[in-house]
Design a protein around this ligand. Structure first.
Ligand code: PGA
Length: 244
């Protein structure tokens, strides 16, 4: 299977800038772009034409109701999204999203036919205390328990994103990432019966270090934030990734 690059544009780009960057990048390998909500509609036509996947950065756990400001998974599907990031550490940190909430979002996304990209990862304190593995296993248990086995055609992707590596320039060394990916694959198989789930590494990935991750079979791709919003760096990263 080819390596998957997911670009998380966070709140960095305006809709106008998103359309410009999308147009400039072009499809190389398997790519999914997750722009801000405000840019999704405009990018959806472009995404269909180019073969680039489109994803949202979050969704709510219910399709309809009095939930001011929330985004319904079915609406994302209707405007052409195929993927949705859930449980990103910025959502967990700034908006107090718990594993229980994230679990409900995973369920809702799957029920709607979206592919959830579930983010997990330890913080610096947990890593230093030797508790990274326990923390990530706990996150997986709490978010995936109760999901049951996935039905045919349903898919889930996990992103291993150590919080200390996100946006800091301190990327996790590939060997440590591989250990965590192996652990995640084992746990996901145990919890929801998905064998060899796709696991992406995320946290300060750029065009200089992408190859050092993708050379490992356990690393199925990358979730790229900051570096994916800079045209030349992103283009060079995609071109390297497409060779794996
Ligand atoms: P970064 O972000 O690549 O800027 O570290 C990754 C992410 O938050 O998904």
């Amino acid at each position: 299977m080819s390596k998957l690059i997911v670009a998380n544009w966070k709140m960095y780009l305006s809709p106008k800038n998103s359309v410009e960057l999308f147009g400039a990048v072009g499809k190389k390998g398997e790519v999914v772009i997750c722009p801000s909500f405000a840019a999704l509609n405009q990018l959806s036509t472009l995404a269909k034409k180019s073969g680039i996947g489109l994803g949202a950065q979050d969704c709510f756990w219910t399709n309809r109701g009095a939930y001011t400001g929330e985004i319904s998974p079915v609406d994302l599907k209707e405007i052409g999204c195929e993927y949705v990031i859930v449980g990103h550490s910025e959502r967990r940190g700034y908006f107090q999203e718990t594993d229980e909430m994230v679990g409900k979002k995973v369920k809702a996304a799957l029920a709607t036919g979206l592919i959830p990209i579930l983010c997990v990862g330890e913080n610096e304190f947990e890593r230093k205390k030797g508790k990274a593995a326990t923390h990530v296993v706990e996150q997986l248990k709490k978010t995936l328990t109760g999901l049951g086995k996935l039905r045919a055609g349903q898919e889930i992707i996990i992103a291993y994103e150590p919080v200390w590596a996100i946006g800091t320039g301190k990327a996790c060394d590939p060997e440590t990432a591989v250990e965590m990916h192996q652990l995640i694959k084992e746990k996901v198989a145990e919890l929801i019966g998905v064998k060899n789930v796709r696991v992406l590494y995320g946290g300060s990935v750029n065009d200089k270090n992408i190859a050092s991750y993708l050379e490992y079979a356990e690393i199925d791709g990358a979730l790229v934030g900051g570096a994916s919003t800079k045209k030349d760096i992103f283009a060079s990263l995609l071109s390297i990734a497409s060779k794996f």
